[in-house]
Ligand binder design. Structure first.
Ligand code: ARG
Length: 459
């Protein structure tokens, strides 16, 4: 296949060099963006009189057909071409002759590929935002049903204070909501059009960069042509945002793996989202969660790869930058499939609310409330803390919960205990009295849920 730059060369490229250099194998997925960008460029060249209008018209028409042909499989993006840009130009020229050869006037593959990647990233950012919105919707519906589902909250993975399932997974709602806003931020910041920057120093043709930017839905053209062709910040931002999302998914996965274990039994995974063992017939494994947790490392790796590629690169374009694509595509594909699979898995999860409740009643999750009860009776908090500590020791010894002791036993620790202590440290009271903003009490939680509902409706 003829190269775009053959004129200066007297020898064929070495086969191994060609294979090493070509990017068609992975940049072919940019065909839609490449063609869309070329159509905008051709339209502008025609309007500015840089190329004859009839050539511009022929190019635009044929590029439309090429896109159609690729999409319906009539035209296969085969190997042999150097990259997607060479492929599109070669097919175009083959089909319409000289007019096709005029398309690249006032353009370099450097601004072309920068444009393609921005268009692609922008589209994917929108898709991922929609995927995250779906996930938020599923989390919200679990929350709505579980404002009174009591369960233990943990610190150091030890039972700490009681909370509700709505409150617990509401924490993940907040995380994924921040992820959505990070997607929006990076889509907003990257939305300037590099086309017209040429190889690095703009061009002498009277290009209308505003026109192209507008046609392609950008806020405007980029302002420095050197930066335009060598900026990969938007990919790094996206990959860091995706890494954070993966970190959140991984934490949630770890949580569900624990909850699904024989020891916790807080959840039951749907058969459709679990797999079995080839040897142990009793097994039903939480593979989706484990894979999501595992793939998190892969997305971090993509981010670090790209950061390392960019580190120390002088201005402007360097071929190193071709190495942006595989990690970027891999991170996008991986994160997107993880969000989607995780959402389906979560939607089909069964929560064992009875087991959660029992667990909350064990493990002294009401010890803080027992101390607070004494504080209410005038005992200084530090003393109350010490007294309840002794009470806990007594209970451990006896093998019971604080609220299973008799009033007499309680009074042996402190005479200020009265009959009302039992109500004060019941699981219901412990949760429902926590009414500060952001706390699990159902009255506080309902307000937060209303806010979430509204946020989702406006997203
Ligand atoms: N395949 C190249 C890339 O992905 C396109 C840009 C080529 N530019 C060049 N000056 N060789 O970066």
């Amino acid at each position: 296949m003829a190269q775009l730059w053959g004129g200066r060369f007297t020898k064929q490229t070495d086969e191994a060099v060609k294979a090493f250099n070509d990017s068609i194998g992975f940049d072919k997925r940019l065909y839609r963006e490449d063609i869309t960008g070329s159509i905008a460029h051709a339209r502008m060249l025609g309007k500015q009189g840089v190329i004859p209008q009839e050539d511009a018209d022929a190019i635009i028409k044929e590029l439309g057909k090429i896109l159609e042909d690729v999409e319906k499989g009539a035209l296969v993006i085969g190997p042999g071409y150097e990259d997607i840009h060479s492929f599109v130009e070669a097919v175009l020229t083959e089909r319409i002759g000289d007019a096709g050869k005029r398309l690249h006037t006032g353009r370099s593959r450097n601004d072309q590929v920068a444009l393609d990647m921005k268009l692609y990233t922008r589209r994917k950012t929108q898709e991922i935002s929609a995927d995250l919105r779906e996930l938020l919707q599923v989390i919200l519906s679990v929350m709505e049903k579980n404002t009174h589902t009591y369960m233990p909250g943990f610190t150091h993975l030890q039972k700490a204070q009681p909370t509700t399932l709505a409150h617990y997974i509401g924490a993940y709602f907040e995380m994924f909501l921040r992820d959505c806003s990070r997607m929006k931020d990076c889509a907003g910041r990257m939305n300037t059009c590099p086309l017209g920057s040429g190889a690095l120093a703009g061009t002498t043709y009277p290009l209308d960069r505003e026109m192209v930017a507008k046609e392609l839905g950008f806020d405007g053209p980029t302002r420095n042509s050197m930066d335009s062709v060598s900026d990969r910040d938007y990919l790094l931002e996206l990959l860091s945002a995706l890494s954070i999302t993966m970190m959140h998914l991984s934490r949630f996965s770890e949580e569900l793996i624990l909850w699904n274990s024989n020891e916790y039994r807080f959840v039951e995974m749907d058969d459709a989202y679990s797999t079995g063992s080839s040897i142990m017939p009793q097994k039903k494994n939480p593979d989706i969660c484990e894979l999501v947790r595992g793939k998190t490392g892969r997305v971090y790796g993509d981010l670090v790869s790209l950061l390392t590629v960019m580190k120390g690169l002088p201005l402007a374009y360097n071929k190193d930058m071709q190495e942006d694509k595989e990690p970027a595509f891999d991170a996008i594909d991986t994160a997107q499939s993880c969000i989607r699979l995780f959402t389906g898995m979560l939607a089909s999860l069964r929560f064992r609310t009875d087991v959660m409740r029992l667990s909350a009643m064990r493990g002294f999750t009401n010890a803080t409330d027992a101390a607070d009860y004494l504080v209410g009776k005038g005992v200084p908090f530090r003393d109350a803390h010490g007294l309840i500590g002794r009470l806990v020791l007594y209970c451990i010894d006896k093998g019971c919960a604080i609220d299973e002791l008799t009033l007499e036993e309680l009074q042996q620790i402190s005479p200020v205990f009265e009959e009302d202590v039992f109500d004060a440290i019941s699981l219901e009271t412990c949760v429902e009295k926590r009414l500060t903003i952001g706390a699990p009490g159902s009255a506080a939680m309902e307000k937060v849920i209303d806010t979430y509902r509204e946020l989702l409706n406006n997203m």
